[in-house]
Design a protein around this ligand. Sequence first.
Ligand code: NDP
Length: 331
Amino acid sequence: QPKSNMSTQKAVQISRTGGTEVLEINQIPIPKPQPGHILVKAAYAGVNFIDTYFRTGLYPAPLPFTLGSEGSGTVEAVGEGVTKYKPGEHVVYYGSGSYTEYLNVPEKAISHIPEGLKLEDGAAILIQGLTALTMLRESYEVKKGDTILIHAAAGGTGLVLVQLAKALGATVIATASSAEKLELARQHGADYLVNYSGGEDEWVKEVLGHTKDGEGVEAVYDGVGKATFEGDLKVTKRKGSLISFGNASGAVDPFRINRLGDKNLKLLRPRLFGYVATQEEFDHYTQELFGYIENNQLKVNIHKIYPLEDIVQAHKDLEGRVTTGKLVLKV
Ligand code: NDP
């Protein structure tokens, strides 16, 4: 049982979908530890673009719904059958409903925080780090010497993609909407910088100009979605891979698969949870991810830590394209 005497806790919830006006801070019961779960007292929650999709209804969720997808904190208690975790230990985890003070996390979605990693950095890195890593390993396996394109490269996922792609030996073309954002991508290892706010014709030409004989890139990593998808088809090399993994500008329009035949392209639409579905997969990729941090090949970039009460501002900033790196809530 939680040590505090209080039986309720704060949680950011929605009871209808919409703009930031639908965000509510409610009191909900503190849960009891469930079998196979770890009850965590949260310190921080990561803010991810996916949280805005649940808020707007782009991704449907049962209402009322507690937002948030990951966090870090301290083990408060463990459920039946859990032996690897003890009260007081620091942990990072992913799981629905992390914009709250206490939550139950299944054992296959939690890890001890590595020595030397701060709790706020733990909450900042798990989802975006695992997303970037699994896509670079499995959606298209990046090899030394490949040239790849990373869109929204100064964003949370983008900056991790850039750093890990460099660690794996790729040449990285990075896009973003401003010179400041591109400079940040450069500082994290990007080789070529393209401002895509000038429109598709322009960025497509620039990207192709950075590839061998103008033939295009081996792979495109695109979390922007609707606004960049058509251009992606143009800059992906024959037999290349187009990995469309998000909808920051809106969902990609329906697409005739025959069009892939023009260049025998591979089109993927991966979700992280399809790559880290089992305990083995989660442990494997989490350990690999933490290894890059320990080896100084991956830096965690926190844009800002917001108090939980400022959740409206956090969502506004993320959707308003004014952030770089990761947004974190102090719970
Ligand atoms: P980011 O920090 O990358 O923020 C989104 C960025 O997208 C903005 O900073 C902005 O950069 C760019 N962008 C382009 N067009 C728009 C637009 N119209 N409105 C808002 N932003 C726009 O967010 P995350 O790292 O949290 O997520 C990035 C993407 O990765 C999202 O699409 C998310 O859904 C996806 N994702 C997918 C996962 C999966 O499992 N498939 C898991 C994790 C994330 P700029 O100003 O430079 O254009």
